[in-house]
Design a protein. Structure first.
Lengths: 1000, 251
């Protein structure tokens, strides 16, 4: 007996586990996010490589936070090919001997403060269709990959290594078996990594590397140290010796270098030092000569580390940096690219020169890819890479609503969430400059606030697009205001007229920033040791507010009580006020007790929509080398905290978002993905839904009217997952059913509010619109692998109006009814497709039934269709008139087809015996008479689809089509036309009847 | 015209690939042991699931009838296949009949609704590209003798099912990726990468509603491509097919 009980217990436990595992990304796989892009302002590009054999048509682009994109048409269009993996790309290399093999090193190596991290090397042997991780997973940053052109199983990888901590996982790595195993072949110390790597194409045993000592903290940056240096190996990396002859006094910072493929003894190096400069070698790096160079050639060496020779011409050199410069004399002098082709985004990091046609060059900037057809003199922007790096996203309450956001090095922008023809590049409007961060609309619908680096903020009037700076200023005897690079400017969740900004103090305005009131003391730790930013940069001064510290980073007003405001800082403080700022309570010590690193940035705060005392917060500590996902909640106003953990989590946490209707539904955005829970945080799953699985999800919003999930990502632009009510409403009682048909909201009868909009402009990134008709939504516990599924729409009399194929996926399914009945059939007789055969009148307002059939079971749900009261062109009486006339035309169309069928049948009968037919004049005459009637009824002689031949059926079809799509009162002549066509048909029908009568 | 041809090819390919899959609806799940199955095991289980090699080896002809619905309008499709000899696909819409024929050496299509007045021959390249379609046998049964390579590349979600993902490549580099249900070992989806005229296009087909036929093989009754679902109403196996159907005529 005990054995049986234990057995039952096991069953019960396994069922519980099964139930817990039921919900995952695939449950909602039918919900596919729209990527709004934009392509207008793209994102930072870190690598470009092309296939040499392919005339340069196949190009792979690696991005700072948007994965890898492939073009097979020289950049006319791109396709994302790395959606399941880390999105931060450091380097790409193609085995040019077998270009199906591609290597990707993750972890960008343009070491700015916002750079993301990678998780090692990946390899594809099928042109990017499938990928396999091949190690070096602790390097965090990879700057170069070189494949031996003679023996492509030999691969070298330059790994600068972690930016924020010491690490042994730096240096130069080598594989001799195509990446199966790796050996670290050159290493200096835990602070110095390998930044650049060159191979002599004529002698693959000759390797050059530059080593780089560097480090960031949250409040400083250092580029340079005695570890940095330039090295050469002539034995395939077995031994290296340092190249010093002619180079300046050490210490060095970052060194960028190149050699001429057509004459590998010719080399150039930009060496960061106390006197950063350009150096030329004509003897394979053995000796170097300093060469004067413009600021653009030598500026910001930690960030601009690319220089390249033309593959065929050793005198032609390209320096993509702050701007684009080129040399025609081997680097002795440089010229800036022309602006004739228009503005080219500054800050360049990647270049690919088509070796077959060296006039053609691609360059990767902080704002996307540009191509040149004239050796870099003029440039054209490639508009179809949606890899914008948003920091935040916001929405307004218009219909359709607009989204707002700020992007790394690309200002602040807004765009509609839907537009005629879909959202294209042209739908985006710029509302702020600089590195764009918080971009927040005011409740007045005419104003937007936008912040750019270091607390600079504007209020822009959307009527005239004029902006005014509204940054609070230091008052007398007050300390210098400390503004985070990504300073928060936030409107109130409870009272949207409240506007807040944070320096080390919190400021509040109720008049759109015209007047500010300081409502807090210094809420940070005010640690003076972390406020030495003017010393930052290392060998080259680099202090662009990115290192500002001890500042407010997060502000959140309770959605339930505007007096409750939470503030988080970049140095570990989490504080709240219950009285609009009169007094503050610091709960950082209590947070730390839950296991959150005490100095971690408070990256987001979500006061609950359901309970004033409940709050969620994310923390991130990656700037101290800690990549844990810190998410915690408190239900007692911060007195105690509970960590919410999951083995699903990857990446440090940026944003927690609680649904405003289902308090158990939470979304978490991290540096590597979007996660959701439907049970308040006990079980989490990675959201996929057409979203890059490791997207850098910086911000999450849920629109209160449309229920859309809006994501701001740092590398994949803005995503909208339309209408997440299917997720919100997926309760346990639904999951327990084999099939569950969700109630369908009332449907407003309309062809949509957006209109057609015309075809998309070619060459840009386009996002579609959300469905304008609510879906019929149902749940299947398992995918239906055998048996049929269908959906029937029944009218009030339970007559089937239309049968729709039902999808059979496991989890949520969505099917759309076109709000019409079944189109009329079309009789044979024409050589053209007849439009009427594909449409029917839109149904009238009223009650309908949805009947879902799955195998032999049926599930029904009522459905109400309502008149579109918002359409002033169509009264209810007009709608009824349009419907009645459309049905009248459908009936006429059916009668015509019946007549054609009758004629076809009679003609077949007449010709059944061709010998008799050919001898019988009367039969021939009848046949001809029938043919004449048919020719009057239907177009049957023209053979081109472009040749107009209108007979009665074509005219009725066209008029019927007009009435079926009509959303206004028909004009008088359209109504008369029905009678005219009816009369014309009757004439032919009478002739037909006469022949039939005679033939009886 | 190229567009028409491509569309016909897609329909055609969907037709022949529909013969790949099969499962007895009452078949028990096969993943009863611990650990992931090997490639060979997957192939064996798939062949078992579709009715077994012995049953498939008896299949010489198939006539398939189906209906596709587009916004309530119906398109009738009929396919005749004679193993390794010829195939024909008829499309009837609005009283018009179009067709596509392929033999070992030639191919034609006739699409009157596109304004065609007479059959048009396929190019030699297109005929060559389409030859694979003459093989009625499941590719998993014959891939080795056809010189194709099969590789297990991982798993992927299709319709909420974490499928086994297999890639098959022929000697000319044409790739087809199959997604198999890990319990039934039937194909849920396949994606064929078509490279033609300098372009690369993915042609995806999803299968469902598998049914065991009297002949012992298991076939999908639902075939979905980008333009909609074709519901199969009839599979007629090993009935003689009039050879004249594989010759071009005007109607």
């Amino acid at each position: 007996m005990k054995k049986i009980i234990l057995g039952l217990l096991c069953v019960a436990l396994s069922q519980t586990l099964f139930a817990q595992q039921k919900i995952n990304a695939s449950t909602f796989g039918v919900l596919e996010a729209r990527c709004l892009g934009p392509g207008t302002m793209s994102g930072r590009i870190s690598a470009i490589e092309g296939v040499n054999k392919d005339e340069g048509k196949t190009i792979y682009v690696g991005t700072a936070g948007g994965g890898v994109w492939k073009s097979t048409n020289a950049g006319a269009s791109y396709k994302s090919i790395f959606d399941k993996y880390c999105q931060s790309i450091g380097a790409i290399a193609i085995d040019q001997k077998n270009p199906s093999t591609i290597y990707v090193g993750t972890g960008e190596s343009n070491m700015r403060n916002s750079v993301s991290i990678g998780n090692g090397m990946y390899k594809s042997t099928d042109e990017g269709a499938n990928w396999k991780m091949i190690g070096l997973d602790s390097t965090e940053h990879i700057s170069k990959i070189v494949v031996d052109p003679v023996n492509p199983n030999t691969i070298y990888v330059a790994a600068p290594g972690p930016l924020w901590s010491d690490s042994k996982h730096r240096g130069l790595y080598k594989s001799v078996n195509g990446g199966e195993t790796w050996e670290k072949i050159f290493y200096i110390d835990e602070k110095t990594g390998c930044a650049d790597l060159l191979m002599d194409p004529n002698n693959p045993s000759v390797i050059f590397i530059s080593m780089w000592e560097f480090r960031r903290t949250p409040f400083s940056f250092n580029s340079g140290g005695n570890g940095s240096g330039l090295y050469k190996s002539t034995d395939g990396g077995k031994t290296f010796r340092e190249l010093k002859n002619g180079l300046p006094q050490k210490p060095f910072g970052r060194i960028a270098m190149t050699l001429a493929p057509s004459d590998p003894k010719q080399m150039l190096a930009i060496v960061e030092s106390a006197n950063t400069g350009l150096f030329i070698s004509s003897d394979g790096g053995e000796t170097w000569n300093a060469q004067s160079a413009t600021m653009n050639v030598t500026a910001r060496p930690f960030y601009f580390s690319t220089i390249a020779f033309d593959p065929k011409d050793p005198n032609r050199v390209y320096r993509p940096a702050f701007s684009f410069a080129y040399s025609s004399d081997g680097g002795h002098s440089f010229t800036e690219a022309s602006s004739d082709g228009g503005w080219v985004h500054s800050d360049m990091h990647a270049i690919w020169i088509n070796p077959a046609h060296t006039n053609i060059i691609y360059v990767g900037t902080d704002g996307g890819v540009y191509s040149s057809m004239d050796r870099g003199v003029t440039w054209q922007f490639q508009h179809s890479l949606p890899v914008g790096q948003f920091y935040h996203v916001a929405y307004d309450l218009k219909e359709p609503y607009n989204v707002y956001g700020g992007l790394q090095d690309n200002g602040s922008w807004m765009a509609p969430s839907a537009a005629p023809g879909g959202i294209g590049n042209g739908n985006w409007s710029r509302v702020g400059g600089g590195d764009g961060f918080w971009t927040v609309p005011d409740i007045d619908g005419q104003t937007v606030y936008a912040e750019y680096q270091g607390g600079n903020m504007t209020r822009t009037n959307l009527q005239n697009m004029k902006g005014v700076n509204i940054q609070p200023q230091r008052t007398i005897n007050e300390e210098k205001l400390r503004w985070n690079w990504n300073t928060p400017i936030v409107t109130g969740a409870k009272n949207p007229k409240n506007l807040y900004v944070g320096a080390q103090y919190l400021f509040h305005s109720t008049d759109q920033g015209r007047n500010w009131k300081r409502i807090s003391p210094d809420l940070t730790t005010n640690d003076k040791n972390k406020q030495q930013q003017e010393e930052s940069g290392g060998l080259s001064a680099d202090n662009t507010s990115a290192e500002n510290h001890c500042t407010i980073f997060t502000i959140a007003e309770s959605p339930l009580n505007e007096k409750i405001i939470w503030v988080g800082t970049d140095d570990g403080n989490l504080q709240y006020t219950l009285n609009g700022g009169a007094s503050w309570k610091n709960v950082s010590a209590q947070v730390a007790l839950s296991g959150v690193a005490k100095q971690a940035w408070v990256s987001s705060i979500q006061p609950s929509h359901f309970d004033e005392r409940t709050v969620y917060a994310t923390f991130e500590n990656h700037m101290y080398g800690d990549h844990q996902t810190y998410l915690a909640m408190s239900q007692d106003m911060g007195a105690t905290w509970k960590r919410l953990n999951s083995d699903q989590f990857t990446g440090f946490a940026h944003k927690i978002c609680e649904d405003f209707e289902n308090k158990k539904l939470l979304f978490l955005g991290t540096e590597m993905g979007l996660f959701a829970t439907l049970d308040g945080g006990d079980n989490w799953f990675r959201m996929k839904n057409g979203i890059a699985e490791y997207a850098l999800v910086r911000d999450i919003q849920i629109h209160p009217k449309t229920h859309d999930l809006i994501l701001g990502t740092h590398g994949r632009g803005i995503y909208i997952l339309d209408d997440i009510r299917a997720i919100r409403n997926l309760k346990k009682e639904v999951l327990d059913q084999d099939v569950f048909l969700f109630p369908t909201p009332d449907i407003t009868l309309s062809n949509g509010k957006l209109g057609w909009g015309g075809p998309e402009v070619s060459g840009g990134w386009g996002a579609g619109n959300p469905a304008e008709i609510p879906a019929i939504t149902y749940y299947l516990k398992e995918r239906l692998s055998s048996g049929k599924a269908s959906i029937e729409i029944l009218d009030a009399q339970q007559k089937v109006l239309q049968t729709i194929p039902a999808t059979v996926r496991k989890g949520i399914n969505k099917v759309y009814w076109n709000l019409r009945g079944t189109p009329p059939r079309v009789a044979a007789g024409s050589i053209k497709m007849e439009g009427a055969g594909f449409t029917a009148p839109m149904v009238l307002p009223g009650n309908y039934t949805i009947r879902l059939k799955v195998k032999d079971k049926e599930y029904t749900s009522p459905l109400t269709c309502v008149h579109d009261a918002g359409n002033k062109d169509l009264s209810m009486a007009d709608r009824k008139l349009v419907y009645d006339k459309a049905m009248q035309l459908q009936q006429l169309f059916n009668q015509i087809n019946d007549a054609i069928d009758t004629i076809n049948a009679e003609q077949r009968l007449l010709k059944m015996d061709t010998i008799v037919f050919n001898k019988n004049k009367k039969m021939k005459a009848d046949y001809a008479a029938l043919q004449k009637i048919k020719a009057a009824l239907v177009a049957s002689t023209k053979t081109s689809i472009f040749a107009d031949e209108e007979r009665i059926r074509e005219k009725v079809s066209a008029l019927y089509g007009n009435f079926c799509s009509m959303e206004a009162k028909p004009n008088s002549m359209q109504l008369e036309a029905i009678e005219v066509l009816n009369k014309e048909f009757i004439e032919q029908q009478e002739k037909l009847n006469q022949i039939l009568e005679e033939r009886k | 015209m190229q567009k028409t041809l491509s569309m016909m090819l897609i329909l055609f390919l969907s037709a022949w690939t529909s013969t790949l899959s099969a499962q007895s609806p009452d078949m028990q799940p096969l993943t009863t042991r611990l650990g992931e199955p090997t490639l060979e095991e997957i192939v064996t289980r798939h062949i078992d699931a579709i009715g077994g090699k012995a049953n498939w080896s008896k299949i010489k002809t198939i006539k398939t009838e189906g209906t596709m619905k587009a916004q309530g309008a119906e398109i009738k499709i009929t396919i005749y296949q004679k193993d390794k000899v010829a195939m024909r696909q008829d499309i009837a819409v609005m009283g018009m009949n179009g067709w596509f024929i392929l033999t070992k050496t030639e191919g034609w299509n006739f699409m009157p609704f596109q304004g065609q007045t007479k059959p048009e021959p396929m190019t030699a390249d297109d005929v060559k590209q389409a030859q694979d379609g003459l093989n009625i046998q499941d590719d998993f049964i014959t891939y080795k003798e056809q010189g194709k390579k099969l590789e297990l590349v991982g798993k992927d979600d299709v319709d909420g099912v974490e499928c086994l993902k297999l890639k098959m490549k022929d000697a000319e580099g044409k790739e087809t990726t199959y997604y198999l249900d890990p319990e039934s070992y039937l194909i849920i989806k396949e994606t064929e990468k078509i490279k033609a005229n300098g372009q690369e296009v993915d042609n995806t087909t999803t299968y469902g509603n598998y049914k065991k036929l009297d002949e012992g093989i298991v076939m999908p009754m639902s075939i979905i491509q980008g333009y909609g679902e074709t519901e199969i109403t009839l599979y007629e196996i090993n009935k003689p097919i009039d050879e004249n159907l594989f010759k071009p005529s005007k109607s």
